[in-house]
Design a protein around this ligand. Structure first.
Ligand code: PMP
Length: 390
């Protein structure tokens, strides 16, 4: 074959997380704190509803935008929980996970050559989704001294006349950082001042530990018209394998994105849609129980890092810690590979999420306290040896 393939795809790097875990998987007996996937099984009421729907023969396509009952449940849930208001008929699309929603938002907004601001470090799919849509990702290095919260000056420094949008993700993967209401207000002011769109990925909003009430940037005055709100069921309801999420926005945007969804996906899986209604309407207690467990694990990790003298800011949400390993004068990747080699423990180098992650590791606590204890002992042994070599 002599004809070339798509150049954007050829140039794309595979996910840094995957690359690292391909190495880890080759080593026998490896313990991993690498995966960003809840370790809890999906709560029973959700599973039972899925089985019931199949027994009733609900095995056909739904409306392209998703079951209206589910869209109503999403609309009510967002209104009650976060004071954000979307019309179930015209402003919600049920997607194949948050992943499809990110892709849809990029394809629906970006024209070739548009610049899109992305936090660095950030979740691995934003940059490729922007590039596939013909856009140019512009990283904004997140300041570690501000616990990885975007500063208005940092955003403004990267804005040009080509800037179309910014992608926000709080609570954040990989850092666990989450902006306060005041910080979000300042970010929103910059977005409004420069007339940008914002794609806000709030998939971790239920995994929230801070004392202040969770605030969505979509809830601020003047933001709805410029906001694509993305959420999903994978994290809060431990439904990664069900492949279901959603995108909300003003009708003028959503009706365009629906065309892309219609032609590429048709509709999200029907069984998952029925299950998702029960998740939203009946599973507050299960979500709260998982949140409490994550909080306990987070505190356990922070306590162990403190004892080891490893700086780590207190994550306000999600299930990741982002310890600072700059003391050891190794790159994140060197550190992670050496840890893997010496202790058979896999954690993700911060640079898998962009250059802004250099000097840090992402350690997921979607693992049991027993596993976390073994892993922390290994880290302690490893850094003790490193310090003794100095
Ligand atoms: N956004 C973020 C920030 C994530 O961490 C993930 C999953 N790791 C996703 C989106 C995609 O989730 P889903 O399984 O719903 O596609």
């Amino acid at each position: 074959m002599t004809k070339s393939q798509n150049q954007t795809v050829l140039d794309m790097q595979p996910s840094g997380i995957r690359r690292f875990f391909d190495i880890a998987n080759e080593i026998e007996g490896v313990i991993s704190l690498g995966v960003g996937e809840p370790d809890f099984p999906t709560p029973w009421p959700i599973r039972e509803e899925a089985i019931r729907s199949i027994k009733k023969g609900k095995t056909y396509y739904t409306a392209n935008a998703g079951l209206i009952e589910l869209r109503r449940a999403i609309s009510t849930y967002l209104s009650n929980k976060y004071d954000i208001h979307y019309d179930a008929q015209t402003e919600v699309i049920v997607t194949v996970g948050g992943s499809e929603a990110i892709d849809l938002a990029c394809r629906g907004l970006i024209n070739p050559g548009d610049e899109v601001l992305v936090m660095d470090p950030s979740y691995v799919s934003y940059v490729p989704s922007i590039e596939l849509a013909g856009g140019i990702p512009v990283p904004i290095q997140l300041p570690s001294e501000h616990d990885f919260i975007l500063q208005p000056e940092g955003i403004e420094a990267k804005i040009t006349d080509k800037t179309k949008a910014i992608i926000l993700n709080y609570p954040n993967n990989p850092t666990g950082a989450a902006a306060s209401r005041e910080e979000l207000e300042k970010i929103a002011d910059v977005i409004k001042k420069h007339d940008l769109y914002v794609l806000t990925d709030e998939i971790y909003s239920e995994i929230w530990y801070a004392k202040d009430k969770y605030t969505s940037i979509a809830s601020f005055e003047g933001m709805k018209e410029r906001t694509i709100y993305i959420n999903g069921f994978a994290k809060a309801f431990s439904m990664t394998g069900w492949r279901i999420g959603y995108l909300c926005g003003p009708e003028v945007l959503v009706e365009q994105m629906l065309k892309v969804h219609q032609f590429t996906i048709m509709a999200a899986p029907t069984v998952s849609q029925y299950a998702a209604i029960v998740a939203l309407e009946e599973c507050d207690n299960e979500v709260e129980a998982m949140r409490k467990d994550y909080l306990q694990r987070r505190n356990f990790l922070l306590g162990r890092f403190r004892e080891m003298g490893i700086p780590c800011f207190v994550p306000r949400g999600a299930f990741y810690t982002f310890p600072d390993i700059r003391e050891f004068n190794m790159t994140s990747e060197e550190f992670a590979l050496a840890l893997l080699d010496a202790e058979k423990l896999a954690v993700v180098p911060g640079t898998a999420f962009g250059e802004g992650g250099e000097g840090f590791l992402r350690i997921s606590y979607a693992y049991s306290i027993r596993e976390l204890t073994i892993a922390m002992n290994k880290i302690e042994d490893f850094i003790t040896k490193l310090r003794n070599q100095k």
